[in-house]
Design a binder for this molecule. Structure first.
Ligand code: GRF
Length: 200
């Protein structure tokens, strides 16, 4: 089962997926990293893990369609079956999302539909919610609006701040994401309208 990870930054989720592949818990193979920031730390992590890298600068292309066409060719060449967004800070075009419909997932640091978009942890703290968490969802044409696959909650305590909440969120993300990918590798994820079920 071949997976491509799309990421733009630090790469803690990417690394957790690599570790899960190495321990056998992923049930699949990370065939490539796609990164829109060639200087990002995640590129070094992929290099160290011997994962193929497609890194590009969007400004070197006339349009999103141009670089997405190259990405699609790389994905096809490797027979990628699932696209895993892990801190990819760019919206995919609607034609790309439609072409890969049901085969792109994202992880978001809130309990969607609360706090979509950027700085979900800051949004949750500013709102004053007492619980937040992590959502893994299918990607559709909107911003963090696709069908929910899995969620995990954490409590926000009075002495929490953006750093402490982020640290706990990241711990939860790193355990949840590879597990969800393993469900895909096992062919257990079914989508019916907006409703996702995980088969035994
Ligand atoms: C994660 O918090 C994820 O939920 C969000 O972007 C962040 C990526 O972190 N979509 P990292 O690059 O995996 O460390």
């Amino acid at each position: 089962f071949r997976i491509a990870v799309f990421a733009s930054g630090r790469g803690s989720n990417f690394q957790a997926l690599v570790d899960a592949q190495q321990s056998g818990a992923l049930g699949g193979e990370i065939s490539m990293l796609v990164c829109d920031k060639p200087q990002a730390p995640v590129v070094e992590l992929a290099d160290a893990a011997n994962v193929d890298i497609f890194a590009f600068q969007p400004k070197d292309y006339a349009s999103k369609e141009d670089y997405e066409r190259e990405i699609a060719a790389e994905l096809q060449q490797r027979g990628v079956e699932l696209i895993v967004l892990a801190g990819y800070m760019r919206l995919l075009s609607s034609s790309f999302v439609e072409f890969y419909s049901g085969r792109i997932i994202n992880i978001h640091p809130s309990l969607l539909p609360a706090f979509p978009g950027k700085d979900a942890i800051g949004q949750a703290l500013a709102y004053g919610v007492k619980m937040t968490g992590v959502t893994v969802h299918f990607v559709d044409g909107g911003m963090d609006t696709g069908p929910v696959i899995a969620q995990r909650a954490i409590e926000i305590q009075e002495d929490d701040n953006a750093e402490t909440v982020a640290a706990r969120i990241h711990q939860v993300e790193q355990k949840l994401y590879y597990e969800v990918v393993s469900w895909f590798a096992q062919g257990r994820v079914a989508l019916n309208g907006r409703i996702v079920t995980i088969k035994n």
